[in-house]
Write a protein that binds this ligand. Structure first.
Ligand SMILES: NC(=O)c1ccc[n+]([C@@H]2O[C@H](COP(=O)([O-])OP(=O)(O)OC[C@H]3O[C@@H](n4cnc5c(N)ncnc54)[C@H](O)[C@@H]3O)[C@@H](O)[C@H]2O)c1
Ligand SMILES: [Zn+2]
Length: 409
């Protein structure tokens, strides 16, 4: 049993009890990860396990440096009907005065108008500076509730309970919170680090298939830009569940999520605020691999055809093709990337989309600096290279889009 990540104290005692009472299995799957942010002088823990939700109240108690009295849960109807009961019960058992508020479901609700409603709720429920917000849901809830917590009384503690794969491996780590404007996604926001993240892998069993595919694409992305071992771990896991979909929730999943979170945390702790000048292979910018084309695909289809991660899946294939066409990436590496994206599941068709429209949309991408795009490409699986947009001819881009969006990639 791995006790390296387990806190000493009551918890250790519980594990020893479990050893003798035969419930060891429950604890074997537990993964803990400590994230330390040098610049923000902040540290928090990510706890990953199966059926951890009932422990939320106790965790918040141990994570908060002071004793909060009230906890306000922000969620949506779909997630709350599945996991709200357990969440409230656990918080009440830890003696918190609990209230909850449900926002609409979906990206279209990630707006300033919803933030205003969330802030009114926090105020009406009497939340004080030492109290806390819990975000229970996917990335939309995490981003919005995190932003409300960042701005209410100029910032109060908040906890993430991510329930989608994207939220568990990506959005709950890093401290980016925010909402969309009519002109584009995530244009308003704040860096606000959580005081703790509790991941219950069991929640993934109720997630729609496409949301899983979307999360797998983001997982592949993190391996592709950062770490060959992580890429292989993700690929091996995808192969296992392809042959046995019932094996979705397993100790291997907990380990994989831990590795994914560790990678994301390593990148963001090295570059907490996404420095625009940085173009090295460890800058936060590398997390945008597949996103330049991905955002364009989402935008020209008015966010109706693709889940975010599905669009990123295609975006990675296009960026991989560009890397190969520029002579940066070996053909065998591109094939490995393609085969792994295929393992994530099927993506909606994209070969009918107009390349010209995609190229125009790319030029409007907000990630461009001084009007120039910085492309995140690959030197090999596990190592990214940032390439200035001037090095990419329109012809090369058009060809890569055509190849990357082919049917049956
Ligand atoms: N802050 C960051 O660093 C960061 C990183 C990546 C993505 N994001 C943001 O995250 C958002 C996308 O996140 P998402 O993919 O989780 O979308 P989402 O929050 O819309 O969730 C997808 C769908 O799954 C439902 N759902 C959530 N948990 C469920 C569960 N356990 N069982 C059944 N249904 C469940 C939701 O209600 C929703 O309908 C985007 O807004 C994106 O900008 C932020
Ligand atoms: Zn993304």
């Amino acid at each position: 049993m791995e006790i390296r990540n387990v806190r000493i104290g009551n918890r250790q005692l519980e594990i020893e009890n479990a050893l003798s009472s035969g419930t060891l299995q429950e604890f074997e799957n537990l993964q803990r990860l400590n994230v330390r942010l040098a610049v923000a002088k902040h540290r928090y823990e990510i706890k990953i396990g199966r059926r951890t939700l009932p422990e939320l109240g106790d965790e918040i108690h141990s994570w908060l440096p002071h004793r909060a009295r009230r906890v306000a849960v922000i969620s949506n109807q779909k997630v709350f009907s599945l996991y709200g009961g357990q969440t409230l019960k656990s918080l009440r058992a830890a003696q918190y005065v609990v209230s909850h508020w449900l926002m609409g479901d979906g990206e279209q609700h990630k707006t300033l108008a919803t933030v205003q409603k969330a802030l009114l709720f926090l105020s009406e429920t009497g939340l004080e500076r030492t109290d806390a917000v819990v975000a229970l849901g996917g990335g939309v809830i995490g981003d919005l509730a995190g932003f409300a917590a960042a701005t209410y009384l100029r910032g109060i503690p908040f906890f993430q309970v991510p329930t989608t794969l994207i939220a568990q491996i990506d959005s709950s780590v890093g401290g980016k919170t925010g909402v969309n404007l009519p002109h584009g996604k995530n244009l308003v926001g704040a860096f606000h680090q959580p005081c703790g993240v509790l991941i219950d892998t069991e929640t993934l069993t109720t997630l729609a298939g496409r949301d899983l595919v979307s999360g797998w694409c983001e997982s592949i992305k993190q391996g592709a830009v950062g770490n060959r071992t992580l890429f292989k771990q993700t690929r091996d896991y995808l192969k296992t569940i392809k042959s046995n979909p019932d094996a979705l929730v397993s100790p291997a999943l907990e380990k994989l999520i831990r590795s994914q979170c560790a990678f994301k945390a390593a990148i963001v702790t090295g570059d907490e605020r996404e420095t625009t000048e940085r173009t090295d292979h460890l800058s936060r910018r590398v997390l945008n691999f597949g996103h330049t084309v991905g955002h364009a695909l989402e935008s020209i289809t008015k966010y109706r055809r693709f889940r975010h991660g599905e669009a990123v899946g295609y975006g990675m294939l296009v960026a991989g093709q560009m890397s190969k066409d520029l002579g940066l990436l070996a053909t065998s590496e591109l094939e490995l990337l393609r085969a792994t994206v295929r393992l994530a599941g099927s993506l909606p068709a994209a070969s009918d989309l107009d390349e010209g429209a995609i190229m125009r949309s790319i030029l409007r991408d907000k990630k461009s600096v001084d009007g120039r795009i910085k492309w995140v490409l690959l030197e090999r699986i596990g190592r990214a290279r940032i390439v200035d947009g001037r090095e990419i001819t329109p012809r090369l881009l058009r060809g890569s889009i055509t190849d990357g969006l082919k049917k049956n990639f």
